[in-house]
Design a binder for this molecule. Structure first.
Ligand SMILES: [Cu+2]
Length: 191
């Protein structure tokens, strides 16, 4: 009888253990399956950047959408001083106040600054934003020749790029940055 009871118990124990052993494996598989959704894909058509001022306060959001012809730039500002402000893509995706870390304008074509310069503009040049008294603004515009896809005009280059808002207006012709003054907000465009 002792033998018989031993033979019955062993398969019973094995059958009970097998599902337990599977549990950690299933957890690993589901974690792997979720990874592609958690991060941006290389071919992602859009990205959103938060603009922060020198104190770290959020003063805007910019959504970039890649199109077959260039980049659609849509954003909003809040709590920005009234007046006309330059906004540009700068060459490095690093925003440490006073935002000199963002470097000069994104300019892969080695052009001069400004739409009014015959040898311009920089790829990262954009039209000024006119902020009303309450400091809030929504804006949309289109920038030809920029992309998020791989290539020489991609904002997602090795060190990223940055969107920089300036204290003053861009005169669209002064070198190297349109006499647009201090950098008052910055948002990195990086993967
Ligand atoms: Cu700038």
């Amino acid at each position: 009888m002792a033998h018989c009871s031993f033979d019955v118990n062993v398969p019973g124990t094995m059958a009970f253990r097998a599902p337990l052993a599977l549990v950690p494996l299933l957890v690993v598989l589901s974690a792997r399956a979720a990874t592609p959704d958690a991060g941006p894909e290389p071919s992602e058509p859009g990205t959103t950047t938060v603009l922060k001022d020198a104190h770290g306060a959020t003063v805007g959001r910019v959504m970039l959408t890649d199109t077959p012809h260039g980049l659609l730039v849509r954003g909003s500002l809040i709590g920005v001083p009234r007046g006309t402000h330059a906004i540009h893509f700068h060459e490095t995706g690093k925003c440490e106040p006073p935002f000199k870390t963002a470097g000069g304008h994104f300019n892969p074509g080695q052009k001069s600054h400004g739409m009014l310069d015959p040898a311009g503009p920089h790829a990262g040049d954009m039209p000024n934003l006119v902020v009303p008294k309450d400091g809030a603004l929504e804006f949309e515009f289109f920038v030809q020749g920029l992309t998020l896809a791989p290539g020489p005009t991609s904002l997602f280059d090795a060190d990223g790029t940055a969107i920089v808002l300036h204290a003053k207006a861009d005169d669209y012709r002064s070198q190297p940055a349109g006499d647009s003054g201090d950098r008052i907000a910055c948002g990195a465009v990086t993967r």
